[in-house]
Write a protein that binds this ligand. Structure first.
Ligand SMILES: [Zn+2]
Ligand SMILES: [Zn+2]
Ligand SMILES: [Zn+2]
Ligand SMILES: [Zn+2]
Length: 300
């Protein structure tokens, strides 16, 4: 079969090679040509060779950084896609709050809490506590061992959520797993590479708290951003706090607004306090510690 290509309505056969390609000019030496390589960071200029790019660096650096930062912000402040698909039973939007959904190890599905707790009736109309997955009807695991066994099986099958959950078991040292930050991070990285936004958030948290890695606020922020771009609301909220505390109120507002649009309430509260964000943040911390201390006293 002969494939005839058309460029702007002109048949390929009637065009010279120069017409067919995107002719551009090297920003350093001025040489014209096809397929010049763009500067990866800013995509503003093109070069004929690596040498030309290096030679042009000092002139280009300032503009390149400005445009690269612009491109980064464009991506960062875009409203992200919802983190979860609609509930597979009722087809309603999955609630943003984690108490509004549940993960099922049997079929690897997230199901909204409404469908999870909806009463199930038998043929006679009697309410029964089915103890089965509302989607695939597999009986709930009864022991911790069974949960772990099902998790491991799903991890082997490449289930991203199961990987993330196992990472959390290692992080917290629960479900019979020893506390091991290195193993937790390994699982978080694996899950993150497969597209788990929450795993990126957990890596960010590990860097900001020095869990299994050296504390590094820059790296933490980088991972929070990766999580937020992929729709993690908690990371988005954290970024709002980071920008607010740094005095960048406009950027903080942008983050909080995106979080609110994704369905998070706490960020709405934060927007109210934005003009005095740092003060409100500290006051909240003081308030939190007072509540904590008084709760300890109440126990005795
Ligand atoms: Zn050149
Ligand atoms: Zn550049
Ligand atoms: Zn549902
Ligand atoms: Zn199921």
């Amino acid at each position: 079969m002969i494939v005839v290509k058309y460029y702007d309505g002109v048949c390929e056969a009637n065009m010279s090679t120069a017409d067919k390609c995107d002719v551009s000019v090297c920003a350093n030496c001025g040489k014209e040509g096809c397929n010049l390589k763009s500067c990866m960071a800013c995509k503003l200029v093109k070069y004929c060779s690596r040498e030309c790019q290096i030679a042009h660096r000092s002139q280009h650096k300032k503009e390149c950084r400005r445009r690269a930062a612009e491109l980064h912000d464009e991506e960062l402040f875009k409203q992200p896609p919802p983190l979860y698909e609609d509930c597979p039973i009722c087809f309603l939007k999955m609630p943003a709050d984690h108490s509004g959904r549940q993960y099922f190890l049997c079929c690897g599905k997230f199901i909204c809490s409404g469908c999870t707790y909806a009463p199930v009736y038998d043929n006679q109309g009697n309410k029964v506590d089915s103890q089965k997955c509302p989607f695939c009807r597999t009986a709930f695991p009864k022991t911790t061992e069974e949960i772990v066994k099902r998790t491991m099986k799903r991890v082997e099958g490449g289930d991203v959520r199961a990987m993330y959950n196992q990472g959390n078991y290692y992080k917290d040292g629960i479900m019979g797993f020893p506390q091991d930050y290195a193993k937790a991070l390994e699982l978080f990285h694996r899950a993150a590479e497969l597209g788990c936004a929450e795993a990126y958030n957990s890596i960010g948290y590990a860097y900001s708290n020095g869990q299994g890695v050296e504390q590094d606020t820059k790296k933490a922020e980088h991972y929070y951003e990766l999580a937020a771009i992929r729709g993690d609301i908690s990371a988005r909220h954290t970024l709002g706090h980071i920008e607010g505390n740094a005095g960048n109120l406009k950027r903080a507002l942008k983050h909080f607004r995106i979080a609110v649009q994704s369905g998070e309430n706490e960020s709405l509260e934060r927007i109210k306090w934005l003009p005095i964000h740092k003060w409100a943040c500290n006051k909240r911390r003081v308030h939190k510690s007072i509540t904590y201390i008084s709760s300890i006293f109440e126990r005795y």
